[in-house]
Every structure is written in C-alpha cells, then in structure tokens.
Design a protein around this ligand. Sequence first.
Ligand code: ATP
Ligand code: MG
Length: 201
Amino acid sequence: MSDRRNEKHKRSMQKQKEQVDKSVEAASIERGVMIVLTGNGKGKSSSAFGMVMRALGYGHKVGIVQFIKGEMASGEETYIKTQCPEVYLYQMGTGFTWNTQDREADIAAAQATWEKAQALLRDPSYDLVILDELTYMIGYKYLDEDQVLDQLRNRPQEQSVVVTGRGGGSRLQELADTVTELQEVKHAFKAGIKAREGVDF
Ligand code: ATP
Ligand code: MG
C-alpha cells in the first residue's frame, strides 16, 4: 500500500518538475520588472521592504520613496536610516489626508515627493525603486495618472519598481508585470488587538 503511494507521489513530483523546468526554460527575457502590491490584506509594504532586503543582499542600489508616511516612525525607517546609509529614503512627511484635511497642501506635498521618485526612475544606477503607497496619490488625483504611468514605463530597462497601496486603477495594473492582490482573510486589529511594534510598524 505504502509502496504504491510512494510510487504515485514520485510520478506526480516528476510531472510537476517537468512542468516547472519547461516554464523556467520558456522565461528567457531579462529585464527589470514592475510589481504592484495591492488589496485590503496586510503585507503590501512589508513585502516591498522584504524585496529591499533581498536586493541589498546582492549589493544592489535601492531607492525608496514613501507617499503618505512620515509622521509616525516605523522599524524599517529607523533601520534603513541607521544601518543602511547607502539606501536612498525619502518620505512625503505629511500624514494621511483625513489627518491633514488640507487638499492643497497634500497636492503640493505629493508633487514634491513625486519629483524625488522621478529622479530615481530616471537614474539607471538604481536597481530597485520602491514607491510605497503611491496608488493613493493617483486615486485622489494628487498626481497626474498619465505622467506617473509614462515615467514608470520609461524607466531604465534593468530597473525594477515596486508600487504599493490599495486601488491605483486598472491602467497601473495593466502596465505592471506582476500584480498581487493581498486579500484580508482576518486581521488582528478587527479583534481589538493593537498595532504592534516590529509587526505592524
Ligand atoms: P504592512 O505595512 O503591515 O505590510 P500594508 O502595507 O499591507 O501593511 P497599509 O494599509 O499600508 O497596509 O498598512 C498600514 C498599517 O495598517 C500597518 O500597520 C498594517 O499592519 C495595518 N493594516 C494593514 N492591513 C490592515 C487591515 N486589513 N486591517 C487593519 N489594519 C491593517
Ligand atoms: Mg503599506
């Protein structure tokens, strides 16, 4: 019985391996990719920072621009500022729109922040660019969608870019090579558990 089961398992694994090998062989294009991490589930920004760590492991040059963020410190911010001086980090520095409630000021801040992002998207020395929470700037029309998409499209060929945030529109997703929608199955916050240092920020 268990021999038959082992044999069946082996055959199934062989088949899987053949399929994976075929896909690996078919993927022959070498260029940077654009990744969009969206959806309501937790894990968009933390996944982007996971890729920062991954890239740094190879000595790649990384630039991070955070839209929205800036009022509350986070572990990743502290770590990068103190341990990774080679990483470029710029934060918009205003809170979220329901905190500031000042549309004009938000637009000015978004545009100034976009200037920083554009500089990275024009610089081929950056291997990985993270545009954290950029989607909201498009959603609120703080930034011109066409201009943002053009700049993302025309970035250096070897440069990868990660955009995080809910929404952002279908055109952003069409332009991206990889789009992951994180789905909320559960979130501790909904059960009354406070956001935790080192986990949530
Ligand atoms: P993270 O930074 O943890 O990867 P995220 O980038 O996916 O989260 P944001 O909306 O940017 O999502 O999250 C900002 C904060 O809100 C984080 O502290 C995160 O843990 C928390 N959060 C994320 N998703 C949810 C959710 N579905 N319900 C409640 N809180 C959430
Ligand atoms: Mg986030």
